[in-house]
Ligand binder design. Structure first.
Ligand SMILES: [Zn+2]
Length: 519
């Protein structure tokens, strides 16, 4: 049987604290998952929340899926009730998807303690609910909730729920480690028992990452014949998250040689970043395969060897997952590092210029600059030393005022004057703080000439005091992370005045963004 990826970013993933998706957001994420080519996209839990009901209604009209099929999620009927009149099962049908996934309890402890019914009723809830849905023409996947804890506690009951789901016509038995605490070796033993009892059943797995083994356990499960893997892009999910599909998919395809998605694998990094933008969380730069640091090397001893033979230092060619090799440059770096970093940015630097760049980097790092986290500013430094000049805009002046009146919220206003193509632009920005106001003012001034600035987003802003013995007159270092839809870059500013330091980092960030589009 073919391997299937079942994505639950829109349902389980959106349980992560800090994630709150609008229906529009969910439609955009679904479109991206379809581009990637997962087999199933779980859209949500209709009936349990209005937003999800609305999502399925709009998805039917607005989404034109080319690779993936949409699935609706729900739970087994209420204890003591009837499937046919269960509001929630009816809402699941109303979602209008061919595939539905229903979750039922397979841990005796939950049945007796949470549902407070006897185990026979627990089994009937599963069987009758599945049968009701298949009877209405739905293709049903059964999520056996807490299966591994259940198997440990009362294996016969856990297996009886699977048997009831199969009898009801379920097409996949999905074994869930809902609390995420089961070791891969124990998971494999339980899977072997399920395969022994139900040799013809198609199995799936759904793992949470509470002990850091969700991806490893999923790979091991596929290795022993499980055909469906559930997880979330970027490992989103409650607590420590679900099995990370941004890791699992390339592991399956590149390391195990299994076809996991029907789209191109090199879409993985841009799509992982794009979804991070939509859910409004900064993507962990150290995330395997897709993180900005996943193929980043700190320049040093191996720099020239790395430039010649990257496969000696990287487990995989980053291009295959849409990522790239990066070198970070610091005062420790030599000429070779500068040359290869410059080449990565498409700039040709000869030996003499490289030596000048190294000297300049050392000088500036002495003043408090730190280029390791600011590849954008480094690019502008090298460009500047090759004679390039920023012709996008020139700063004439800015003025920032912060107002605090009794009984009112503090607010900031920035006025900026820039020349753009020889023309003076004056604009005003209002923000919660001075940097926010300045950021809005500069974007407003540039928006007419460079519409692309609307896609640039300030994703991280960090300030650090450098020589703290000088108290409030100390120099500060501002690091800014800017991103567009597909990539991100760091820029830096150092000054005694925090607004000036911020302006330097901010304007570098915008210039790099404009360079990227070839504006
Ligand atoms: Zn889950």
């Amino acid at each position: 049987m073919e391997l299937e990826i079942y994505d639950t970013t829109l349902r389980d993933g959106s349980q992560q604290e800090g994630i709150s998706l609008t229906v529009n957001d969910k439609l955009r994420v679904a479109g991206l998952l379809d581009d990637l080519g997962v087999a199933y996209i779980e859209g949500g839990w209709p009936g349990a929340n209005l937003k999800d009901t609305e999502f399925f209604r709009r998805a039917a009209a607005e989404l034109d899926l080319r690779h993936a099929r949409l699935a609706a999620f729900g739970s087994t009927r209420r204890p003591g009730g009837r499937a046919a009149t269960d509001d929630q099962l009816v809402a699941l049908l109303d979602a209008g998807t061919e595939h539905v996934c229903i979750v039922g309890k397979s841990w005796d402890y939950h049945v007796s303690q949470a549902l407070r019914v006897d185990l026979d009723e627990g089994v009937r809830m599963v069987g009758e609910s599945v049968e009701f849905l298949t009877g209405k023409g739905r293709r049903v996947f059964f999520d056996a909730e807490h299966f591994f804890d259940g198997y440990k506690s009362d294996s016969e009951f856990a297996l009886a729920t699977l048997s009831a789901a199969l009898d009801g016509g379920a097409e996949r038995l999905v074994l869930c480690d809902t609390n995420g605490g089961t070791l891969p070796q124990d998971i494999l033993r339980a899977i072997a028992a399920v395969q022994h009892r139900f040799p013809d059943a198609a199995l799936g797995v759904h793992f949470h990452d509470d002990i850091g083994t969700a991806v490893a356990a999923s790979l091991a499960a596929v290795d022993v014949g499980v055909s469906q893997v559930q997880g979330c892009i970027n490992g989103y999910g409650e607590r420590t998250g679900n099995a990370n599909l941004s890791t699992l998919i390339p592991d399956l395809q590149l390391k195990m040689g299994r076809k996991a998605i029907t789209g191109d694998l090199d879409l993985l990094s841009p799509i992982s970043h794009h979804i991070a933008e939509i859910v409004n969380l900064t993507l962990n730069p150290h995330q395997p395969y897709v993180g900005a640091s996943a193929f980043t090397h700190k320049a040093g001893l191996h720099t020239s060897a790395l430039a010649r033979r990257p496969d000696a230092y990287e487990h995989e060619n980053p291009v295959r997952v849409g990522n790239r090799t990066r070198m970070v440059v610091s005062e420790l770096a030599g000429k070779a590092a500068v040359i290869s970093k410059a080449a990565e940015m498409g700039l040709e630097v000869d030996d003499d210029l490289a030596r000048l760049v190294v000297d300049r980097v050392k000088e500036m790092e002495h003043e408090g600059y730190h280029f390791e986290a600011a590849d954008g500013s480094f690019e502008l430094l090298v460009r500047g030393m090759t004679g390039w000049e920023n012709s996008f805009f020139n700063l004439e002046s800015f003025r920032v005022v912060t107002d605090r009146r009794a009984g009112e919220e503090v607010a900031s206003e920035a006025t900026i004057k820039l020349t753009v193509d020889g023309e003076l632009k004056v604009s005003i920005g209002e923000g919660v703080g001075p940097v926010h106001a300045l950021d809005k003012a500069v974007r407003a001034a540039l928006a007419g000439r460079y519409p692309h600035v609307a896609d640039l987003r300030l994703t991280d802003y960090r300030v650090r005091v450098l020589d703290s013995q000088d108290g409030t007159s100390a120099r500060v270092r501002v690091l800014i992370e800017t991103s567009d839809l597909t990539s991100s870059w760091g820029t830096i500013g150092v000054h005694e005045n925090v607004i000036e330091a911020s302006w330097r980092a901010l304007s570098d960030g915008i210039v790099v963004g404009l360079l990227k589009t070839g504006a």
